[in-house]
Design a protein around this ligand. Structure first.
Ligand SMILES: Cc1cc2nc3c(=O)[nH]c(=O)nc-3n(C[C@H](O)[C@H](O)[C@H](O)COP(=O)(O)OP(=O)(O)OC[C@H]3O[C@@H](n4cnc5c(N)ncnc54)[C@H](O)[C@@H]3O)c2cc1C
Length: 497
């Protein structure tokens, strides 16, 4: 490979902070708010102008997939600043709708209205950052961490004013892809679990495909305008007799994507379009990954509908070529799908693409192999760790995993070999295989973020590094904030009460 040597240069240090968080997404936002609540001077950096990550410009809302069977288990509710965020969202900003389990009992309505949710989430993110004096550095791309041997001392960023340096006492990598940890030299993995490893908690959402050695899935959200719901509904509800070829066709699609159990009336149209070469509801992007339209088009309001273009296979979000190919293919495909629907599906005669989410998200992606690597087995057996941050009941929701939940340990945020850095969110240290990764849902990612932020601030306050932080100090703070670390006996064992 041809290389070129970059000349060394002096870079202006524009900020000197306690905590710098890179990624204002599902985990990074709460890392920054948590650090600030804990008294740290904090800066929050994101490559987009809109904070919120996957639930902001990513267009996938906070969603009803909250902490779990929340009605009977207060212990799995949101805590700390995450809870404040969710309650403000539900009670003040989106009255009449719920986005978590918290409001379900109040008879409110949960809908998947991605674009208004995501914009509202970004608005509240900006507002809470302002209130807690978190400085936002938006439309800024973070590059290399600033290293002093094996210790991270800040981060270089690319801005419209050129390359700048942010000096920090602790850096939190919340990029979702462990990008900064990887550049710091910490061990990371790009590949997900194999089918054999994945089988342990396998197919808890039913989306991973065993014929792929490694598996990732993700997608973009799309809003379609100008749909006549009534005409579309009538079409969907009309009795349709399927031929054997139709049934086979649907089964084949379903094999690739469980979200593609298309309604009877759609199947012959999709099959004929496939066979004539006019339109394919599943398309290959590269040798080992593909995209597909999720069957469920969700009616919103005002003639708007939401569609999800999903990608699946062995793609890697730490590979710029994969990212670029996916971003362009999925967007092109969204337009081609609506064009086809306009031509063939009643109710779509005046339909058009109104919006596609700003970036592609994936559920597996790159992660550190940190001081503890949380496995599927841990979720199955309900592992307990002395450095528990909170207990996750996510696996139990799907009837998988221990009914008593699994502890998420502090060590899963600590990269190996490197100090001065914590990795929150999807980039943390856990076994993954697309949908199947139990810590993946937003609730866990938000709470992990907040725990990382508070840990960073406490390290500074106690004049230690994240690696040497006495974890009991962090646990006491989390406990006070309402995080569930275990029943009373367990807390006694840990000397926390
Ligand atoms: C398609 C899809 C649907 C999902 N649906 C659900 C669901 O229904 N319910 C659920 O609970 N969970 C769902 N998830 C999972 C959940 O959203 C993710 O696990 C969560 O977003 C992970 O949070 P994160 O903070 O790690 O990443 P993100 O939310 O993606 O945030 C990463 C942030 O980092 C920024 N960033 C990255 N690199 C840089 C850089 N170099 N410089 C500056 N900024 C950078 C990005 O712009 C982004 O804002 C879904 C995920 C996907 C992909």
């Amino acid at each position: 490979m041809t290389t070129i040597t970059e000349p060394s240069r002096k870079v202006t240090v524009v900020r000197d902070v306690d905590v710098a968080v890179v990624g204002a997404g599902v985990s990074g936002l709460f890392a920054a708010l948590g650090a600030a609540k804990q008294g740290a001077k904090t800066i929050l950096i994101d490559r987009f102008g809109q904070p919120g990550g996957n639930m902001g410009p990513g267009g996938f809302i906070l969603s009803s997939l909250g902490p779990g069977e929340g009605k009977t288990h207060h212990v799995i509710d949101y805590a700390g600043v995450c809870r404040e965020f969710v309650l403000r969202l539900e009670e003040k900003l989106l009255p009449g709708l719920y986005v978590s389990e918290l409001q379900r009992d109040k008879g409110t309505r949960g809908i998947f209205e991605y674009p208004s949710y995501s914009s509202t989430i970004s608005y509240l993110a900006i507002k809470m950052c302002e209130e807690l004096s978190v400085e936002l550095m938006l439309s800024v791309y973070a590059g290399d961490p600033i290293m002093d041997d094996k210790t991270v001392k800040g981060v270089f960023v690319e801005t419209k004013s050129g390359r700048l340096a942010i000096r920090s006492k602790v850096l939190i990598d919340a990029t979702g892809d462990a990008s900064l940890a990887e550049r710091s030299g910490a061990p990371v993995q790009h590949k997900s679990a194999t089918p054999e490893e994945g089988k342990k908690i396998s197919n808890w959402c039913g989306w991973t495909r065993e014929e792929f050695t490694h598996w990732n899935d993700g997608g973009i959200a799309v809003i379609i305008a100008g749909v006549d719901y009534e005409r579309y509904e009538n079409f969907l509800n009309q009795p349709t007799e399927l031929t054997e070829a139709d049934i086979r066709f649907r089964e084949e699609l379903q094999h690739f994507h469980p979200g593609s159990d298309f309604q009877d009336s759609l199947v012959p149209i999709l099959r004929q379009a496939w066979q004539s070469g006019r339109y394919k509801i599943k398309q290959t992007i590269d040798d080992n990954f593909y995209m597909m339209i999720h069957r469920k088009l969700i009616p919103l309001e005002y003639g708007l509908m939401q569609m999800v273009v999903e990608a699946g296979g062995e793609f890697d979000l730490g590979n710029w070529q994969h990212v670029s190919k996916l971003e362009s293919s999925l967007r092109k495909y969204a337009f081609e799908t609506v064009e086809f629907y306009r031509e063939r599906i009643p109710g779509f005669e005046r339909a058009r693409v109104m919006w596609t989410s700003a970036y592609l998200g994936a559920r597996s992606s790159v992660g550190i192999v940190g001081e503890y690597y949380l496995t599927f087995d841990d979720f199955l057996k309900g592992a307990r760790f002395d450095d528990v941050l909170f207990r996750s009941y996510v696996a139990r929701r799907q009837g998988k995993g221990s009914p008593e939940g699994c502890d998420l340990p502090y060590r899963m945020l600590l990269p190996k070999q490197i100090d001065g850095m914590l990795v929150a969110g999807r980039g943390a240290s856990f076994e993954r295989r697309g949908h199947d990764s139990p810590p993946r849902p937003r609730f866990s990612m938000m709470m992990l973020g907040e725990a990382a932020g508070r840990a960073a601030a406490l390290s500074i306050e106690n004049k230690v590094t994240p690696r040497t932080l006495p974890v009991r100090k962090l646990q006491k703070v989390l406990l006070k904030e309402g995080f569930f670390l275990g029943e009373t006996d367990r807390l006694k064992e840990l000397d926390l009460v």
